[in-house]
Design a protein around this ligand. Structure first.
Ligand code: ATP
Ligand code: MG
Length: 571
């Protein structure tokens, strides 16, 4: 492609409203432009990169046995009413009416459409398993669209859905998709982890998110420093064993702690360690009040509370509820002398404590020297706290560390969540009717593109990996008015295209400085500079990422490039 014939509007200034690298650089290098908040045009270079990511996704999906199709973005409300999501999905779903006043949604996801399609078209277990996918724009009216392509309101997603007549078949497809996802993100050059994600069931292996490790990620990942264990923070099980502390034998004693509410305040006031206090938090689990106890230096993990209580919904009690149930504010509550209708559960760490400081259920007062069983009782001990850096890894190998991650993909066993309410059934081996068992598998294609840009850049611009770069080579004749330079550049452009390279030729009549700056900014893996020494048949070859450069005779150029690309593709 000749640069004079395409649209690459580079910017020197950093756009004011872009606060992360990938957003700034994709704008500055002329890959994208914003149309409205969270809505973007992909300019020619952006579209090229998108296509590269898409083809990797397609190749791996096809290899895993999935079949591509395309569903409509406009979806009738009736389908969403069947699944129940018309009322539960909330304002993220973009809704509209047609001229006949019929309601529609712009597809945020396609479980309803595909389930209704398969309900009509597949009637027997003999046609299963079947995995279908599409790559298509999705619409979600995000509360806070931000970080450019990372959280858009219109964005490109690959969504796949698998259909099965039994659980084993779903397990197999899930495994295959998991592998395909690992291949995809590896081929994109990304530093990523597959992490266990929340599906309600702690330790469940039926829900993984693929996370690109990045400082700007919105999720925290707990991973082992010496195995491939990784989980979303709230999912990581704590397997620490605690050394028991002896109780002093002293009586429980009420102490005034005026205005001391947080653990830090109370322990500083009493001159004790936070780990000798108990943090008590009141939750409402499906309408039942539950007082949750963790050691003062730990944090309550509400996903684990939900699991321990086998509850559907767990919420922190409101200040009014806390007052009316315990006659004190959240900073002064504790497990002693509680009304009968309040269940007390505690984290394993609490069992090993000696003399304990607890809230007295009275404003501005605490108890010291409290003893478990003597002064308060606990109906159940469980793992209820968030894991911490330095805790042992739940898989038994190594120590936990934290990292931030960007979710680029999600694989999830749906089971019969959609097929049951939507009455999508097949006949099984025994001629009995039963609902499809389903899996769903999403990749944020445009988000992946931004995540790659986030990981591949330096102070001068983007440094695309070979697999993803819009072009392999960027040819820069420094002075277009110089006959030798412009004809050499043209000659190399034709030659290298014949060699099947994707080539961008900067044939603009710009100054050398502008060309270099733009070239660094847009970041093709290899640049060929045609300058003064073109008259001697010599050009400069420079690798964008490493900065290495070579003076090469024209005749040796193709050999040299072959070496370089072999080397670049291996990393
Ligand atoms: P998030 O927690 O980031 O909102 P999600 O759980 O809503 O993601 P899914 O419904 O699982 O996401 O969608 C599948 C994939 O689509 C995600 O893994 C992510 O890569 C991508 N995605 C989701 N929302 C957006 C968005 N607003 N902009 C860009 N990509 C998105
Ligand atoms: Mg979301």
């Amino acid at each position: 492609m000749k640069q004079s014939q395409t649209l690459i509007p580079t910017l020197r200034e950093v756009p004011a409203d872009a606060d992360i690298k990938s957003h700034q650089l994709l704008l500055r290098a002329g890959f994208i432009r914003q149309n409205a908040s969270g809505i973007y045009s992909f300019l020619p270079l952006g579209k090229k990169v998108l296509q590269k990511v898409e083809s990797i996704v397609r190749e791996e999906m096809d290899a895993a046995g999935a079949v591509e199709m395309l569903m409509p973005s406009l979806q009738p409300a009736e389908l969403w009413e069947e699944s129940g999501r018309w009322s539960t999905y909330g304002p993220e779903l973009m809704r509209m009416k047609d001229r006949h006043n019929r309601e529609f949604a712009l597809g945020a996801t396609h479980e309803e459409v595909i389930t209704s399609l398969l309900r009509d078209e597949v009637k027997s277990y003999k046609r299963l398993p079947l995995t279908l996918y599409q790559i298509q724009s999705k619409f979600r009216d995000e509360k806070r669209p931000r970080f450019g392509l990372l959280r858009g309101r219109e964005f490109l997603m690959k969504d796949a859905y698998s259909f099965h007549s039994n659980q084993e078949s779903l397990d197999e497809s899930y495994e295959r998709m998991y592998q395909a996802y690992s291949n995809i993100f590896r081929r994109c050059g990304l530093n990523f982890r597959a992490v266990l994600a929340d599906s309600g069931a702690i330790g469940g292996k039926d829900n993984h998110e693929f996370m690109v490790l990045s400082e700007i990620g919105e999720d925290t990942i707990a991973f082992s420093d010496s195995s491939d264990y990784a989980a979303n923070l709230e999912m990581a099980a704590v397997v620490t064993t605690y050394t028991e502390k002896e109780h002093s034998g002293k009586e429980i004693k009420r102490i005034e702690t005026p205005d001391q509410k947080t653990i830090a305040e109370v322990s500083a006031y009493l001159e004790i360690e936070a780990e000798d206090t108990v943090k008590s938090m009141l939750f409402i689990a499906d309408e039942n009040p539950v007082l949750v106890l963790v050691r003062g230096d730990h944090e309550v993990n509400d996903v684990k509370v939900k699991h321990a209580m086998d509850a559907r919904i767990v919420e922190l009690a409101s200040p009014e509820q806390t007052q009316s149930l315990l006659s004190a504010g959240a900073g002064s509550i504790g497990p002693a002398q509680l009304p009968d209708d309040i269940t007390v559960i505690a984290d394993h760490a609490v069992k090993a404590m000696g003399d304990i400081v607890i809230g007295a259920n009275e404003e501005g007062a605490h108890y010291v020297n409290a003893k478990l069983e003597r002064d308060f009782s606990v109906s159940k001990f469980a793992d209820l706290r968030f894991i911490l850096e330095g805790d042992p890894s739940p898989d038994g190998t190594g120590t936990i560390q934290f990292a931030k991650g960007i979710e680029v993909g999600h694989v999830f066993k749906l089971g019969t969540t959609y097929s049951e309410p939507m009455n999508a059934t097949i006949l099984d081996e025994n001629g009995r009717s039963k609902p499809f068992i389903m899996g769903c598998y999403g990749i944020g294609v445009s988000r992946t593109l931004a995540a790659i840009a986030e990981q591949f850049n330096d102070e001068n611009g983007l440094t695309w990996p070979v697999n993803i770069a819009p072009y392999d080579l960027h040819i820069l004749p420094l002075n277009m008015k110089d006959e030798v330079q412009s004809t050499t550049a043209e000659e190399l452009y034709k030659l290298l295209k014949d060699y099947r390279y994707q080539v961008l030729l900067d044939d603009r009549k710009e100054r050398a400085g502008v060309k270099f700056a733009d070239s660094d900014l847009i970041g093709m893996p290899v640049r060929i500079t045609v300058g003064k020494r073109a008259s001697e048949g010599i050009v400069e070859v420079k690798i964008r990422k490493s900065g290495e450069s070579y003076e090469v005779q024209k005749e040796e150029l193709t050999d040299k490039l072959q070496d370089i690309f072999r080397q670049l593709s291996n990393i």
